[in-house]
Design a protein around this ligand. Structure first.
Ligand SMILES: Nc1ncnc2c1ncn2[C@@H]1O[C@H](COP(=O)(O)OP(=O)(O)O)[C@@H](O)[C@H]1O
Ligand SMILES: [Mg+2]
Length: 263
């Protein structure tokens, strides 16, 4: 693989289990690799419940981040080349590694090889999530539109601020667009962090999980997959394709200007 510099490291965090951190990591990873031709590494740094491998068909890995942090072998030996085009450092269901603090030191050199590194993290406020925060350039906070999750999100934002890791934004997952849900505007206002994407709640996510395939690969034209692709373009600063209506509006505005200038 070519050596290059300055890939970006994103920590995907939430102080709550089940909101969708691992689902975000596998799907963003897959879409960056498949639809944007990026060199991507996804890392399972959720040491207490490391399930990233189970989402993508890596069931019983022999080489894991646990052993890397226990200094059993170099980090390069724990990198799996997934058939879907991204690379993975899986975790292992066992007692957490003794030296979680060296996560940053182990991941940092890999930014010379990858365009994007996504770190899946633990949901509890302990040294596991702090290690993921410290190892990341920016954080993506996964939330959902209900009050208990919003409360955890505000807590996570405050912890990140204390640790001085910039937050890129919130990914609002499991959105049903019901009136009782908290709006993204209110979530943004309460947390003082902008909402980058709204990912709909849909049973197809569970169907894809049962096949251990990211939904962006299994059902690429599904609305959930489209939301992931839009989020990936936003993170890559690629302007989203404009709708027909907004193209017409732009055309109208420029004609209006022409007429005004003519006068
Ligand atoms: N947009 C979604 N629609 C429906 N189910 C989802 C969605 N996102 C995640 N899930 C499901 O929610 C459960 C928890 O997701 P997971 O990614 O494991 O959360 P976490 O890593 O935060 O604990 C999984 O069964 C997953 O398939
Ligand atoms: Mg998880």
């Amino acid at each position: 693989m070519d050596e290059k510099t300055n890939g970006k490291i994103y920590g995907v965090i939430a102080l709550k289990g089940g909101v969708g951190k691992t689902t975000v990591v596998e799907n963003l990873g897959a879409t960056f690799a498949k639809d944007f031709q990026k060199k991507v590494l996804i890392v399972d740094a959720n040491f207490s419940t490391p399930h990233l491998g189970l989402h993508i068909g890596i069931i019983d890995p022999t080489h894991t981040l646990h052993s890397v942090l226990n200094e059993e072998y170099p980090v390069y030996q724990a990198i799996y080349h997934h058939e879907l085009g991204f690379h993975v450092i899986p975790g292992k269901l066992s007692s957490p590694p003794t030296n979680i603090n060296i996560l940053k030191q182990k991941i940092e050199p890999l930014r010379r090889i990858y365009d994007i590194i996504l770190i899946d993290s633990s949901p509890s406020l302990d040294k596991e999530i702090l290690a993921a925060m410290i190892a990341s350039d920016e954080l993506l906070v996964v939330s959902s539109p209900d009050y208990p999750t919003l409360s955890s999100t505000i807590h996570a934002v405050n912890v990140a601020k204390r640790e001085d890791t910039p937050i890129r934004g919130i990914i609002l997952n499991k959105v049903r667009s019901k009136r009782f849900e908290i709006s993204s505007r209110d979530i943004s206002k309460a947390s003082e962090v902008k909402v980058l994407a709204k990912i709909p709640e849909n049973v197809k996510v569970l169907s894809a999980l049962s096949q251990m395939i990211p939904i962006v690969v299994r059902y690429p034209s599904h609305e959930v997959s489209k939301s992931y692709k839009e989020l990936a373009s936003l993170l890559l600063d690629i302007p989203a394709k404009k709708s027909r209506i907004s193209r017409l509006k732009d055309k109208f505005q420029s004609k209006k200007k022409e007429v005004e200038n003519y006068d």
